[in-house]
Design a protein around this ligand. Structure first.
Ligand code: NAD
Length: 497
């Protein structure tokens, strides 16, 4: 148990108010809401939502800053990113401490998250080189005539991000948008705004020109003002599928670029050749890490053929070893859910699955933490006998629940994997190359793991996702990000003298 729940390590500091950043820290005049710690449900910070005027002011600043920023050579623009990396590195522990308090995740998960965010700053610092790809010249397309393509930024971009990775996901967008010469407005999840505050302390310390990087806090109204704004050129979105679809359709209606990552329903398949002693901890990390609140969680696990019995037994024993607790406590494996409402929704899904015929062989619903009775804790749950016609096999759970299913062979298993409306990720546990190839070929998901339960692409690759998990063409990160944030202008030239 943590003796003082809010005690910070020496020298660490986390903000207690979430403010806007528009060419500098800015006070908003909208409504104020509390930020509560999911482990204790105690209020420890507050957020003020932006008014329409606040959003307009941010877009106006970003618009004004664009002309100068696009003229700043890319090699100079990325100097700000090198500095940003240093400033973020210096604040890593503060961000992790803020993440655990606002989101609930364990400190280990929080530290890993910010590291993955910083990785994108590093990748975007290579923009001058990435700009060469997709550009280029062809000499003599006709006699004495040359043709070239050059990348150009478009203007103001915005990103709207979800609650489950509050520090990493804003960094999927911010570095690429500004490195390519655009200006940027972030709207983080209103549930977890504090880690973005520290990211913007780093932005402030770097000294970007005023208006290049901005932050507006708020909820649905703030998002709608941003997507409908005539000076916003494009939107990057990550969140649930219905909202992703709404953002995609609205952005299209207003003639904007859009990349909208939605929810997920991911399956893992375990074959007879899998190494169970490594597979099982990997499955457990995928399903119960971040309390199951991740878009890459493989919450349905399919045992193929004879592996099923051993897999079941090993999973049961691993689940039994999990410690549920406060993210600040060193031994915690399963942290609380973001809200009590989320916990109740997950509990209801379990109840419905049992009514549909699944066997609840581990039930974590009644878990109550002796030291934090008010927290949104839920113990790990394990359902057996899950079939694809059940609601729980088709709907994202976003909680610490593993659904165990069985298949006769790999073909059956792949049919199960492809039965959902989503296509974010899927993992195959195997030691056979032929099975792995078949899986990659036939599974309709954008991120495939082979013996990797959380197949989150590195920053220099795009983040896959398809079907109901992605709306758009160009994904986050890597070369796709460069294409999303730039327009390619064709120039055909000849000279008469
Ligand atoms: P959410 O859709 O509720 O909210 C995401 C963002 O959208 C927030 O900033 C919120 O303010 C805004 N928003 C919410 N409702 C809106 C509306 N009606 N109109 C306009 N804006 C609105 O998502 P969440 O609960 O914060 O995040 C969890 C979801 O995100 C899960 O479904 C998860 O799978 C998904 N997710 C997907 C990925 C991916 O890469 N595909 C990554 C992380 C999370």
């Amino acid at each position: 148990m943590t003796s003082d729940q809010e005690q910070l390590p020496e020298g660490a500091a986390i903000p207690t108010t979430a403010r806007n950043y528009v060419g500098g820290w800015d006070n908003t005049s909208g409504k104020t809401h509390s930020i509560v710690n999911p482990a204790t449900n105690e209020e420890f910070a507050e957020i003020t939502y932006s008014t329409e005027d606040d959003v307009n002011a941010a877009v106006a600043q970003a618009s004004e800053a664009f002309e100068e920023w696009r003229r700043t050579p890319p090699v100079e623009r990325v100097q700000y990113l090198f500095d940003l990396r240093t400033e973020l590195e210096d604040r890593k522990e503060d961000i992790a401490q803020a993440l655990t308090r606002e989101h609930g995740k364990t400190l280990g998960e929080a530290r890993g998250e910010i590291q993955r965010g910083i990785e994108n700053v590093e990748v975007a610092a290579g923009i001058p080189n990435m700009f060469r790809e997709g550009s280029g010249v062809v000499e003599d397309v006709a006699s004495g005539m040359d043709e070239s393509a050059v990348r150009q930024p478009l203007g103001v971009f915005t990103a709207v991000t979800p609650f489950n990775f509050p520090a990493m996901i804003p960094l999927w967008f911010l570095p690429y948008a500004v490195a390519t010469g655009n200006t940027f407005v972030l709207k983080p999840s209103e549930k977890v705004p504090l880690s973005s505050q520290i990211i913007f302390e780093a932005v402030d310390a770097v000294g970007f020109p005023d208006g290049v990087v901005n932050l507006v806090n708020g909820g649905v109204d703030t998002v709608n003002t941003l997507i409908e704004h005539e000076d916003v050129e494009g939107i990057s979105f990550v969140g649930s599928t219905p909202v992703a679809q709404h953002i995609y359709e609205t952005a299209a209606e207003y003639g904007k670029r859009v990349q909208a990552q939605g929810g997920a329903k991911n399956y893992a398949v375990v074959t007879e050749s899998a190494k169970l002693d490594q597979t099982v901890p990997n499955v457990i990390g995928s399903v119960y890490g971040n309390a199951g609140q991740r878009c890459l969680a493989n919450d349905v696990v399919v045992g193929v053929g004879d592996v099923y019995d051993d897999l079941r037994e090993d999973l049961l024993s691993a689940v039994d070893d999990l410690t549920v607790g406060y993210g600040l406590d060193e031994d915690t494996d399963v942290a609380p859910l973001i809200t009590g409402k989320s916990r109740d929704r997950v509990a209801e899904m379990i109840e419905d699955a049992v009514e549909e015929g699944a066997d609840l062989i581990v039930d974590g619903r009644d878990f109550e933490h002796p030291d934090y009775p008010e927290g949104n804790f839920m113990g790990p749950a394990l359902l057996e006998g899950v079939t694809t016609d059940m609601e729980i096999a088709q709907t994202e759970i976003f909680g610490p629940v593993l659904c165990l299913a069985s298949a006769d062979d790999l073909d059956d298993a792949i049919e199960m994997v492809n039965s959902t409306e989503y296509g974010n990720a899927s993992t195959l546990y195997t030691e056979r190359g032929g099975e792995a190839r078949k899986y990659r070929y036939e599974v309709d998901a954008g991120n495939i793991g082979i013996n990797v339960g959380v197949c989150a692409p590195m920053g220099f690759f795009h983040f896959g996702g398809r079907k109901g998990s992605f709306f758009g063409d160009l994904h986050a990160q890597g070369e796709d990000a460069v294409n999303f944030y730039t327009e390619k202008t064709i120039e055909i030239e000849r000279y008469f003298s």
